[in-house]
Design a binder for this molecule. Structure first.
Ligand code: PMP
Length: 357
């Protein structure tokens, strides 16, 4: 073992580095928006850089304007909002603020991997509960686990990544009410299902909702996410926040994006493409081991008869999210532009036909 390895925390030594596939072909692996930059943003950027903006100085550490605009959008106060470098950073802040050595979080499986990763990096431990049939959140099991595991944080993701299903409203409310710990509700894809639970933060001081500009706003490149919660939770997260965490341009662009009306139409188009794809593929369910799962997000999950279907899609020039282990027959595909979706549909049907035993 090298000296560096000797000095490294054992749990970090055992971890794999986060892997992102090299970009090739049609990029449908990361649930990004199919739309290019909104009209006017490039000019705005050039304008800011030439006239107003001074990148010599640090950004507004408190993101005041952006937080005020977000607070207004949701009928809250800026004290209920915290901005960060993607919701990824907020997940890290939650672990930093709430986990002491050996503390546990409770996470759905399958779901977004950053929840567990952030717990391990912050001296905690993630305990997973399996999603039920058709990936439904098993309310009774989760509440039993909350009682026995006594997690500091329960993560709920709706629509869930990678399965696309939403947690029914009554279940969600019951989980939040009875969990007995911090409930982090990840709504990264909330805009695509039309549900929004931000009003609940007035009612539940232990609820924190995570949202992002990376998906519906098509701005994954500016790495901007935000948390909405009680003043108490937001103040706790703010304590562990790195000063000046969010760059000047990210703040400016996010603020500008919030005021653009065209996102509604973009979201509508993604949703109708998603539903078109689902309708076209659903008729193949149970054919040669294929299933497509209904989705309320901007992606959907499919199971194939073969193992590693991601490779055949990659060979056909579609970069998708593939999985190992129990999920090795599954892929998650982002809803793309109509022309990409048409080509993808043809490729998927070809694969289903090839999978005939
Ligand atoms: N939550 C979920 C469920 C996600 O799928 C993602 C990104 N894939 C994130 C959070 C993180 O998003 P970001 O850091 O870009 O805001």
């Amino acid at each position: 073992m090298s000296r560096v390895e000797e000095l490294l925390r054992p749990e970090i030594r055992r971890m794999e580095n986060y892997q992102v596939q090299p970009v090739s072909g049609e990029k449908l692996d990361a649930n990004e928006s199919p739309f290019s930059l909104p009209a006017g943003l490039k000019e705005k950027l050039i304008g800011w850089l030439t006239e107003e903006e001074d990148l010599r100085v640090y950004p507004d550490t408190d993101c005041i304007e952006l937080r005020e605009a977000l607070a207004e959008k949701y009928g809250l106060q800026k004290e209920n909002v915290l901005c960060a470098v993607g919701s990824d950073q907020l997940i890290d802040y939650l672990s930093r603020a709430f986990l002491s050595e050996g503390d546990r979080i409770l996470v759905p499986e399958p779901s977004f991997s950053m929840y567990s990763l952030s717990a391990v990096v912050n001296h905690g431990e993630a305990v997973a509960f399996p999603l039920g049939e058709d990936f439904a959140y098993p309310v009774e099991t989760i509440l039993e686990r909350c009682a026995s595991v006594r997690p500091k944080i329960l993560y709920l993701c709706t629509p869930n990544n990678p399965t696309g299903n939403v947690i029914p409203e009554a279940d969600l409310r019951r989980l939040i009410r009875e969990a007995g710990c911090i409930v982090a509700l990840d709504e990264a894809y909330g805009e695509f299902c039309g549900e929004d639970h931000t009003a609940w933060i007035q009612e539940f001081p232990h609820l924190v909702i995570l949202k992002t500009f990376s998906k519906a706003y098509g701005l994954a490149g500016i790495r901007t996410g935000y948390a909405l919660g009680s003043e108490e939770i937001i103040c706790a997260l703010d304590k562990v926040r790195a000063p000046y965490n969010l760059g000047t341009l990210s703040q400016k662009i996010a603020l500008w994006a919030l005021r653009q009306p065209e996102y509604e139409a973009e979201i509508h188009q993604v949703v109708s493409e998603r539903d078109r794809m689902y309708a076209a593929l659903q008729k193949y369910n149970d054919t040669h081991g294929f299933s497509i799962y209904p989705s309320s997000a901007n992606f959907f999950l499919m199971r194939f008869g073969r193992e590693n279907p991601g490779q055949a899609l990659l060979d056909a020039d579609f970069l998708v999210r593939a999985y190992g282990g129990k999920m090795r027959r599954f892929v998650r595909v982002t809803v793309g532009r109509p022309d990409q979706n048409d080509r993808l549909l043809r490729q998927i049907v070809k694969m289903i036909e090839e999978d005939e035993a």
